[in-house]
Design a protein around this ligand. Structure first.
Ligand SMILES: [Zn+2]
Length: 271
């Protein structure tokens, strides 16, 4: 919003700068006798200024909006739509950061050579997408008291505004199921990822909590963070986002009580 206002101010200033010459121009060209033409010219200039300020505001986003997922990845210059061969399900229409995608493609190609298939099943989910996931689960659990309801959803799903899927650096791979990764092909894929993903910058964010080193979400063998980007965003999140920023969805008033920033956003195996 700040950038939008800033741009808008600049354009208005430029506009005012030229504005004062307009009457002279009009006078010297005998336009003075035809006011309608003059007003049409004025409205034309104003429309162009408005259009320029609107288009320059597209794709620009403050750091806080970015971290909260309040932007459109499809118009953001740092994002790319992954090729269909690397995605399935809802990821087909989701974008991700260019660097993270390039690293994933390298990793998937190398895995393929070793008989391991890796596919992205979820990539960037903006605030609105996370809100619909959260609120669907919120309504499905209506029988539970609100605090229990939120805790139950938080086993595997983030409150909107607190998900690493907002950042374009994090992806879910192959299946959303720990059971899948515990046997057969899934186990082979998981073993391969554990051994090799770090070479490409990826880390399993939500590991087992049994050693007591991590708080927050349960283990997710499918969720991988591209650390060259994600580590930076984690640090910036701690500095930039406050509880007052986490709002706009059912149950958001419980964020403070549940300490979602301390326990969930910071509850990662690879900070
Ligand atoms: Zn995930």
């Amino acid at each position: 919003m700040y950038l939008f206002v800033f741009n808008y101010e600049i354009i208005l200033r430029i506009f005012r700068h030229f504005w004062k010459f307009i009457p002279t121009y009009v006078h010297s060209n005998s336009f003075k006798q035809s006011p309608p033409m003059f007003y049409r010219f004025k409205s034309f200039v104003f429309s162009v200024a408005l259009l320029i300020s609107y288009s320059s505001a597209q794709g620009q986003v403050t750091e806080k909006q970015y971290l909260l997922g309040q932007f459109d990845p499809t118009v953001h210059p740092d994002f790319i739509k992954p090729a269909d061969i690397y995605t399935k399900g809802s990821a087909r229409n989701q974008w991700m950061r260019k660097e993270a995608y390039a690293a994933f493609v390298k990793m998937a190609k190398e895995a393929k050579k070793q008989g391991i298939s890796l596919v992205i099943i979820s990539a960037t989910r903006p605030f609105a997408t996370q809100k619909s996931i959260w609120e669907k689960k919120w309504k499905e659990r209506e029988a539970l008291p609100e605090l229990e309801r939120a805790k139950n959803i938080l086993l595997f799903s983030s409150m909107p505004g607190t998900s690493r899927h907002h950042w374009g650096s994090d992806i879910d791979i192959n299946e959303l199921s720990n059971a899948y990764f515990s046997q057969g092909n899934g186990l082979k894929e998981y073993e391969w990822l554990k051994k090799n993903a770090s070479k490409y910058g990826f880390c399993q964010t939500y590991t087992s909590k049994t050693d007591g080193k991590r708080t927050g979400y349960e283990e997710e063998k499918w969720h991988w963070s591209y650390l060259p980007l994600a580590s930076h965003f984690t640090k910036r999140y701690e500095k930039t986002v406050q509880y007052a920023d986490i709002n706009g969805f059912l149950g958001s008033d419980l964020a403070t009580e549940l300490q979602v920033i301390e326990k969930y956003v910071k509850g990662v195996a690879c900070p």
